[in-house]
Write a protein that binds this ligand. Structure first.
Ligand SMILES: Nc1ncnc2c1ncn2[C@@H]1O[C@H](COP(=O)(O)OP(=O)(O)OP(=O)(O)O)[C@@H](O)[C@H]1O
Ligand SMILES: Nc1nc2c(ncn2[C@@H]2O[C@H](COP(=O)(O)O)[C@@H](O)[C@H]2O)c(=O)[nH]1
Length: 443
């Protein structure tokens, strides 16, 4: 497999990985359709059971088509296209007047037109490029707001537009259209065209869930245990499912839900997982129930998942803080894995091979919000606390009241019930982004 960029590689990883899982689980969980192929570029439509799919663009080389041909041809379903704007429409005609209930929001060299030609229309999106004088229909990701008679639109933080639907119920009133967030920028690079993402707005004070990733043995579990011990009422651990055998001191339902492959495959098919991945030869996954259980207990959810999982969560409706933990050096990582004495030599070798890939993937633009180097444990833990806004040692940190973005319900549940709320439009985490790391990490 030849990839010309890490971003492309990451996408290929997801696709190929999912095709492999797809093969394993009987091709029922996800369909993957070859949508178009032109020159070196191929586009694939991915459909998920519990959230809207998206369009990926890969170089032909990135995919060993012969090997995966069968999988690719599986599950092509013409109906239920979850991504709009696969084809761009262009017009050289410059019409600066809004149509119907459209509102215009200028941003740089572009004007975002939101709304439709008629009152009570869908909130569709088109973008006017002032430089070329053309209209463009973007790829639209996320579940769209229902039609409305009228709305107002305001630019927020130069990267998203807030939309207030004037004739809608309170729980359907505020929406956000992401137009230039890191995720949108990454998707634009992948897809090669304009991308916008709809998110639903909800009033609330819930802090974002935390995704912690990094190579095996780097110390994720150690850091999370410390956090849970010091702040037991603040944080709750998302207990993953895994097909791996329990280690000596691991308890079912506490460290993992240890599961048979066939049971997990069925649950995946039934759409019970927010994400799942094949890691070091076993299947691991975060169930929607695991995340909701933490939310229902009134706690902030922590997910300890691998980079593939982080990528999938990043593309899912769950808006989280993404933290990548690196070792101070590869030698130290190997030492920690060996000293832990939980894996066989063969398993250690496999984990170390995968670590090299994960350390590279951790650098993918737009994937992680924070990088932590776990050299001295105490220092690393203090930095983690700073990132999470835990400057005092109280177990009830206060978060500024914010307007969150909520996302379409997973599995059809009500958005707030899923606990998957969430993107603050103030700068709670943004002003913590510049934490300097003293060491030179292995990543
Ligand atoms: N900063 C540190 N310095 C030295 N040893 C550490 C440090 N952090 C963690 N360790 C040790 O390294 C080993 C691996 O840590 P841990 O099990 O937390 O890693 P992990 O990232 O959760 O691994 P996995 O992904 O396999 O679950 C443990 O024995 C732990 O005590
Ligand atoms: N994608 C997911 N990765 C997960 C999940 N739970 C754990 N993990 C990752 O697996 C490796 C190995 O864990 P170990 O307990 O066998 O050492 C580690 O990197 C975890 O972060 C999950 O639900 N999804």
């Amino acid at each position: 497999m030849i990839c010309s960029s890490w971003s492309e590689y990451g996408v290929a990883q997801i696709l190929l990985h999912e095709l492999l899982v797809l093969d394993n689980i009987g091709k029922a969980n996800m369909s993957c359709a070859l949508v178009s192929e032109a020159g070196i570029s191929s586009q694939y439509e991915i459909k998920w059971p519990h959230w809207t799919g998206f369009l990926l663009s890969l170089s032909s080389d990135a995919l060993d088509k012969e090997k995966y041909k069968g999988s690719l041809n599986q599950g092509v379903e013409a109906q239920e296209v979850p991504v709009e704007g696969m084809q761009e429409t262009f017009s050289t005609e410059i019409d600066s007047r809004p149509r119907g209930n459209e509102t215009f929001v200028p941003l740089g060299e572009k004007i975002y037109a939101i709304g439709g030609p008629d009152d009570g229309a869908n909130l569709s999106v088109r973008i006017f490029d002032k430089l070329t004088g053309t209209w463009r229909v973007p790829v639209v990701m996320g579940a769209k707001p229902s039609p409305c008679m009228s709305h107002s639109a305001t630019l927020q933080n130069q990267d998203r537009i807030s939309i207030e639907k004037t004739d809608s119920s309170p729980d359907d009133k505020i929406w956000f259209l992401e137009v230039d967030t890191p995720f949108v920028r990454e998707q634009k690079m992948i897809v090669g065209t304009e991308v916008v993402v709809w998110k639903k707005g909800v009033k609330g004070d819930d802090p974002k869930p935390i995704v912690i990733s990094g190579p095996s043995g780097v110390g994720k579990g150690t850091l999370i245990s410390q956090l849970m011990k010091e702040f037991p009422s603040t944080f709750g651990f998302s207990v993953s499912h895994t097909t791996r055998a329990p280690r000596e001191k691991e308890k079912d339902g506490v460290h993992y839900h240890f599961t048979e492959m066939s049971t997990m495959e069925k649950d995946i098919k039934d759409g019970k997982f927010l994400e799942f991945a094949s890691v070091h030869g076993n299947l691991y996954g975060t169930s929607v129930t695991a995340v909701n259980a933490v939310k229902d207990a009134g706690k902030r959810c922590i997910l300890d998942i691998d980079v593939q999982g982080a990528r999938l969560v990043r593309a899912s409706p769950l808006d989280a803080v993404f933290i990548f933990v690196c070792p101070p050096s590869f030698e130290e990582l190997e030492k920690r894995l060996r000293d832990r004495k939980t894996e066989t030599e063969e398993q250690i070798q496999k984990r170390l091979r995968n670590a090299r890939v994960e350390l590279e993937e951790g650098k993918s633009p737009g994937l992680f919000d924070h990088m932590l180097v776990n050299d001295d444990l105490k220092t690393c833990y203090e930095t983690l606390k700073k990132i999470l806004g835990l400057n005092g040692n109280t177990d009830s940190p206060t978060y500024p009241s914010r307007l969150y973005l909520d996302s379409p319900p997973i599995n059809g549940g009500a958005p707030m019930q899923t606990g998957l709320s969430m993107f603050a439009i103030d700068t709670f985490t943004e002003n913590l982004l510049n934490i300097k790391e003293p060491q030179k990490p292995a990543c």
